[in-house]
Design a binder for this molecule. Structure first.
Ligand code: CP
Length: 314
C-alpha cells in the first residue's frame, strides 16, 4: 500500500505486519545505537494545520530514528494565514521533494485530497472528526503488549464519540483484529451513523465495566461542541467519568487507556490517570515505535513508490 488514510484500508495481515514490525523496532530502540539508516536520503514532511503535541513530536522522532530528513510545517506562521490553499501548500512541499507527507487537518477528508496531489506517501495524522489511524495502531499495539492476542477481547470506548476520530479508527481496526468493541456515551454524543459501525452501543457505563478488558476514555472536545450537545461537566463526570469507584469495578487484568490530551477531573480522575492500570504514558512511547513501523513499511523500499491507488483530485 502507498498511503495510510483510514484504518479501514488495513487488512488483518496489514495491521499485524505493522504491529509485528513495531515489535521488532522496539527491540532496536532498547539497544545503545537507536538510529537505523533505513530512510537515509528520504524526506518526510510533517504538515500540521491543527494543534498537536503527541502525534507531531512522535512522527518527527520516528522519522529521525529512521535517518530521514524531516521538514516540520505548521500552518500557524505560514502562508496559509495569507489564504494559501491546501493544494498550493502541498505542491510547494512537493517541489521540495517530499517522499512522505504526514498531515493533520481540521477538515475530514483532507488527507485523501492530498493523496491525489502529491507523489509521495500520505499518512493521516488526524483529519477533523473522521480518522486517526496511527492512534488506533498504537492503541492496538499497547493492548497487545499488555493483554496478548486481541481476538475476543472486549474494549469499551467511553465519551465524546460524536467528535472522535480516535473512536472511529479504533472501532474499525479493533474489529479487523477480532476484538469486540462497545461504545458508551450520552445519546447526544453519538454520530447518527453509529448504527452502521461494527460495534455495540450502550448508555450505562457501570453495566459494561465488569466485562471490559480495556476501558478507553475519550476527551470531551469542547472546542468542537455547542452547549446543546453537552450536559454539565458535573453531570457528565458522574455518569460517564472514570473515577476510583469505577476503577475498582474492573477485572484485575483490565487496563485503562486515553489517547490524550486529557481533561483530568472530567472524563478521567487524576488518581485513575496516574494509576498502575493506566497505559497513558506507555501509549505515547509506543506511538514513536508504531509510527516508525508505518514510515518504514510505506517508505522503506529501495525506490519510493510512485503511481497509486488514489484518484487525482482537482
Ligand atoms: N492523541 C493525539 O492525537 O494527541 P495530540 O493531539 O497531542 O497529537
Amino acid at each position: 500500500k502507498r498511503h495510510l488514510i483510514s484504518a479501514a484500508d488495513l487488512t488483518r495481515d496489514d495491521a499485524l505486519l505493522i504491529l509485528d514490525t513495531a515489535e521488532e523496532l522496539s527491540r532496536i530502540a532498547d539497544r545503545p545505537i537507536k538510529k537505523l539508516p533505513t530512510l537515509r536520503g528520504r524526506t518526510v514532511v510533517n504538515l500540521f494545520f491543527e494543534d498537536s503535541t503527541r502525534t507531531r513530536i512522535s512522527f518527527e522522532a520516528a522519522a529521525k530514528r529512521l535517518s530521514a530528513d524531516v521538514i516540520n510545517f505548521s500552518a500557524k506562521g505560514s502562508s496559509v494565514s495569507k489564504g494559501e490553499s491546501l493544494k498550493d501548500t502541498a505542491l510547494t512541499l512537493e517541489a521540495m521533494g517530499a517522499d512522505g507527507v504526514v498531515i493533520r487537518h481540521n477538515a475530514s477528508g483532507a488527507p485523501h485530497r492530498l493523496a491525489g496531489w502529491v507523489r509521495g506517501s500520505v499518512v493521516n495524522a488526524g483529519d477533523g472528526t473522521h480518522e486517526h489511524p496511527t492512534q488506533a495502531l498504537l492503541d492496538a499495539y499497547t493492548m497487545r503488549r499488555r493483554l496478548g492476542d486481541l481476538d475476543g477481547r472486549r474494549v469499551t470506548i467511553v465519551g465524546d464519540i460524536l467528535h472522535s476520530r480516535v473512536a472511529r479508527s479504533n472501532v474499525l481496526l479493533l474489529n479487523t483484529l477480532g476484538a469486540e468493541v462497545t461504545l458508551v456515551a450520552p445519546p447526544t454524543l453519538f454520530p447518527v451513523s453509529v448504527d452502521t459501525w461494527p460495534c455495540e452501543v450502550a448508555y450505562d457505563f457501570d453495566a459494561v465495566l465488569p466485562k471490559s478488558d480495556v476501558v478507553m476514555m475519550l476527551r470531551v472536545q469542547q472546542e468542537r461542541m455547542t452547549a446543546a450537545y453537552f450536559p454539565t461537566v458535573r453531570e457528565y463526570s458522574r455518569r460517564y467519568g472514570l473515577d476510583a469507584r469505577r476503577l475498582a469495578a474492573l477485572q484485575d487484568h483490565a487496563i485503562v487507556m486515553h489517547p490524550g490530551p486529557m481533561n483530568r477531573g472530567v472524563e478521567i480522575a487524576a488518581e485513575v490517570a496516574d494509576s498502575p492500570r493506566s497505559t497513558i504514558v506507555e501509549q505515547v512511547a509506543n506511538g514513536v515505535t508504531v509510527r516508525m513501523a508505518v514510515l518504514y513499511l510505506l517508505l522503506g523500499g529501495s525506490e519510493p513508490a510512485i503511481g497509486g491507488d488514489v484518484t487525482p483530485a482537482g
